[in-house]
Each structure stands twice: as structure tokens, then as C-alpha cells.
Design a protein around this ligand. Structure first.
Ligand code: GDP
Ligand code: GDP
Length: 435
């Protein structure tokens, strides 16, 4: 895991300019869609061979007005908590601001290494702008020009010398969860619920893509990882154009997850788009849980839930094994129960069935319902073995694999499910030739 370096400072001091200079990347989501609210932006950077993740907290506030509203201060405190090193950026052109003093108080109480950069010093001749910043009690302020590059290499030299050595990877097993669904289905509301108001979040890890951020948290002493939470939460007002983009982005999280939570807006009914998102999750071989959200809005009697489940089963037959539940991300109804469902599916998802048990189940299935003849010849199933987990995947050796009818294959899969108790996870059956 790379060390995390976080840029803080009030609006307009040049944080994002410096961020772009150091990461040499522009965050497309932010730059191309003005008005999209963001919280933290992550970029990868390297200086003198030292790699780190750079975080821009710029999105917390749009202007000085909301900057020192309580919630933003709490967010900044959290961002500082998650950081290994903090760079406080101040505005050399505008001079010392009362906000700078306030931020310094936050930083000093954090006991993290802090570097102080005074920006908009666009050349040596402007270095006198630095002097008044000594009044803040800073030993070594770094004069820089984020825009023109002046002084930035000195700042980075110092930075890599104070970066602590890499943190070790967490050894503990975590269940990786992706939250997918149509825009407005309630994904980010659900994530906020799951993470809890009291911030159970242990840490946020940059994911594989530049702006993907995972949240690791604990429930009852078990660790879970929500994949790409930043991507889902960062959207704010979603424009039409963004919608498609954010669906694709959220589907990408399926590649890294064990369990997909498929969030459906029940108040809106079950749409084709919901089914196709569920199809993606199934194709990726994730364990799936279907969440009928906004249950608080649904007018209901005692048959309503069953009617919804039936409709869901009909629309997404391929996921008939996946547990479904009705929830409300808004009121929190049944949200805490999601975890025990996740645990149950995950346990099956990672199960190993012994070859003995598997062949017993298969043998009985073959006797109960003999495979049909193939061009007058008998189909012979020799033996089967589980070759992998996540999802459980079985290979079965047959004399004519291509001749096994799809409906017979489905029969065998169902028999394996029943016989082994793998009733809630996807499983795969591969037929291989053996003569
Ligand atoms: P943020 O709100 O802290 O992320 O600030 P921005 O990076 O958006 O910069 C705010 C304004 O300051 C922009 O108009 C930048 O062009 C300008 N700016 C940023 N860095 C410098 C610099 O080094 N010198 C000068 N003169 N202007 C800068
Ligand atoms: P996302 O686009 O999937 O991340 O959806 P959001 O979490 O942003 O939710 C979209 C809208 O639906 C917001 O206005 C939420 O307040 C609302 N919402 C989300 N979950 C629920 C719920 O369970 N019940 C109700 N009544 N509204 C909800």
C-alpha cells in the first residue's frame, strides 16, 4: 500500500493546480463536468523513485463561506487522519488568512508530519511574500508556484524524506463488496448507511484505478471492503452525460469484488436496466444479493414483498439463487441485516467441496435421472472435482461434452447445489472430454 500525502488549504490557494502538477494527471470526471461535487480526488505520483498517493481535499468547500462550517472541518480532520503526510497550502498572493491559523490548529493536533507551502510565489523576486507566514510559527515554509513549477522540486525532495516507509498490506481476510445499480437507486445512501454515521471506516485505500477508492470497515470484528466508494459518492448532481459513464464505472468495481449488492429502486419497479446490471454481476461470477431499496415508499400489504420477489425471479431467472431483501437506505430498515447475508453468501462462495462428496452427489444424480443417449451412444460421466472457489467451479469429465444438453447440464448444477448446500452462490460446471 502506498503512503498517502494529502493537500489541504482553503479554496483557491492552488491545491488542484499543485495536484495536477505533481500527478501530471487530470481527473476527467472533475474537469470535464463542472458542478459535479467531489470530496477527495486521488492521484498516483512518484518522486525520486518514491511512490505515493496524492489526495486533494479541494472539493470539500466551494468558497471560504462554507469552508469553516463545522462539517467541512470534520471532513478535513478525517482526511488528515487518513494521511501519512499533510501539505498545507497557503496563498502567498493573498497573504495569511485567519483560516490558515485555524487549519494549523487542526494539523498540530493530528501529530502527522506537515509541510507548509506558500503558493503563488512565481519566482525568486516574489519570495518576500513569504515573510509574513513566519508569523504563523512555521519553521520552514516552502515558497512555490504550483502554476509555473518554481520551488516545487524542493518541496517534493523534503516530502519524500519525511514519508514513512510503506505500510504493510493488511493480512486479514476481507470480504470485498461492490455496490451497483442504476443512477438514483440509492447506492450512495446505502454506502453511507453501511459505513455508519460514527465512521467505522478503518481506512480508505486507493484502488487499482486512479480515482477508485475503497473503504475498509469493521462490523462485529469482521472486516469488509466496499469497493470504489469514492466513485459512487463523488457524483453529486448527475447529468445525463455522466449517468452512462457512472454506470460503466460502477460496473468496473464488479471485477474486484466477491459480493455484489445490486440496488434496485423498488418504488420505480424492476426495470430492464436493473436486469442488465444484474446480468453483468452474474457474468463476472460474483456472489449477488438483490436489494429492493426505497421500501419505505412502496405501498404495501402482506403480499407485496412476495409479489416483488416473484417479479424479480421472473425478470432475472439467472439469479434465482441470489438472496433478495427489501430495505430502505433512507430509514436504515434492514440495512444492518445485509451483513449476515453477505457473510452467508461469501461462506458458500469460498467453499471447497471434497471430491468424495461431489462424486457421491453426482453419482446419485446420474442414477436418478439418466443422461439421454447421444446418437445412439451412452453419455458417460466419469468423475468430477472442484478446481477453484470464488465462485466454486467444478470440472466434470465426460465422453462427449458437446453432446450434453443444456437442460441436463442445468439439472446437474441444481443437483450439485442441493447436494452440497451451495444454494446461494453462483457455481460453475465445466464439462471436459475424456474417452
Ligand atoms: P484550489 O481551490 O485550492 O484547488 O485552487 P486552484 O488550483 O483551483 O487555483 C485557484 C486559482 O489560483 C486559479 O486561478 C489558479 O490559476 C491560481 N493559481 C494556482 N497556482 C498558482 C501559482 O502558482 N501562481 C499564480 N499566480 N496563480 C496560481
Ligand atoms: P445513487 O445514484 O444510486 O447513489 O442514489 P442516491 O443514494 O444518491 O439516492 C438517490 C435519491 O434517492 C436520493 O434523493 C436519496 O435520498 C433517495 N433514496 C435513497 N434511498 C432511499 C430510500 O430507501 N428511501 C427513500 N425514500 N429514498 C431514498
Amino acid at each position: 500500500m502506498k503512503p498517502i500525502v494529502t493537500l489541504v488549504g482553503r479554496p483557491n490557494v492552488g491545491k488542484s493546480t499543485l495536484f495536477n502538477r505533481i500527478t501530471r494527471s487530470r481527473n476527467a470526471l472533475v474537469d470535464n463536468f463542472p458542478g459535479v461535487t467531489r470530496d477527495r480526488i486521488y492521484g498516483q505520483a512518484v518522486w525520486n523513485g518514491v511512490e505515493f498517493t496524492l489526495v486533494d481535499t479541494g472539493g470539500f468547500a466551494e468558497d471560504d463561506q462554507d469552508f469553516f462550517a463545522g462539517p467541512i472541518r470534520a471532513q478535513i480532520r478525517q482526511a488528515v487522519q487518513d494521511a501519512d503526510v499533510v501539505i498545507l497550502i497557503m496563498d502567498g498572493k493573498g497573504g495569511v488568512s485567519p483560516f490558515d491559523r485555524d487549519l494549523m490548529t487542526v494539523l498540530r493536533s493530528s501529530e502527522k508530519p506537515v509541510l507548509y507551502a506558500v503558493n503563488k510565489i512565481d519566482g525568486e523576486e516574489q519570495e518576500e511574500r513569504l515573510y509574513e507566514f513566519y508569523s504563523l510559527g512555521i519553521d520552514v515554509p516552502f515558497p512555490i508556484s504550483a502554476e509555473h513549477g518554481y520551488g516545487v522540486s524542493d518541496l517534493l525532495d523534503e516530502l519524500v524524506s519525511v514519508i514513512p516507509p510503506s505500510r504493510p498490506e493488511p493480512a486479514e481476510e476481507m470480504i470485498k463488496i461492490a455496490v451497483v445499480g442504476r443512477p438514483n437507486a440509492g447506492k450512495s445512501s446505502l454506502i453511507n448507511r453501511m459505513l455508519g454515521e460514527e465512521r467505522l471506516v478503518v481506512s480508505e485505500l486507493p484502488g487499482t484505478t486512479r480515482d477508485a477508492v475503497d473503504s475498509i470497515f469493521k462490523v462485529n470484528d469482521k472486516s469488509y471492503c466496499l469497493i470504489d466508494t469514492a466513485g459512487i459518492r463523488r457524483k453529486g448532481k448527475v447529468t445525463r452525460k455522466l449517468e452512462k459513464f457512472s454506470i460503466i464505472k460502477s460496473l468496473r468495481s464488479l471485477d474486484r469484488c466477491d459480493i455484489a449488492l445490486i440496488v434496485i429502486d423498488a418504488a420505480d419497479g424492476i426495470t430492464d436496466q436493473d436486469v442488465s446490471i444484474a446480468g453483468y454481476a452474474h457474468e463476472r461470477g460474483c456472489g449477488c444479493i438483490l436489494l429492493l431499496n426505497k421500501w419505505d415508499l412502496v405501498e404495501k400489504d402482506k403480499h407485496t414483498a412476495k409479489a416483488y420477489y416473484d417479479r424479480l425471479r421472473l425478470a432475472a431467472k439467472f439469479l434465482s439463487f441470489a438472496p433478495a431483501m427489501t430495505i430502505s437506505a433512507l430509514t436504515g430498515q434492514r440495512v444492518s441485516r445485509i451483513f449476515s447475508r453477505v457473510d452467508a453468501v461469501y461462506a458458500q462462495y469460498t467453499t471447497r467441496i471434497t471430491t468424495g462428496q461431489l462424486n457421491k452427489v453426482l453419482g446419485e444424480a446420474l442414477i436418478r435421472n439418466e443422461p439421454p443417449l447421444h446418437q445412439g451412444k451412452r453419455l458417460k460421466f466419469y468423475y468430477a472435482a472442484q478446481v477453484s472457489t470464488r465462485p466454486p467451479t467444478f470440472v466434470c469429465f465426460v465422453n462427449y461434452p458437446d453432446a450434453v444438453h443444456f437442460s441436463y447440464e442445468r439439472y446437474l448444477i441444481n443437483q450439485i447445489r442441493e447436494g452440497t448446500g451451495l444454494t446461494q452462490t453462483p457455481i460453475r460446471l465445466l464439462l471436459r472430454q475424456r474417452t
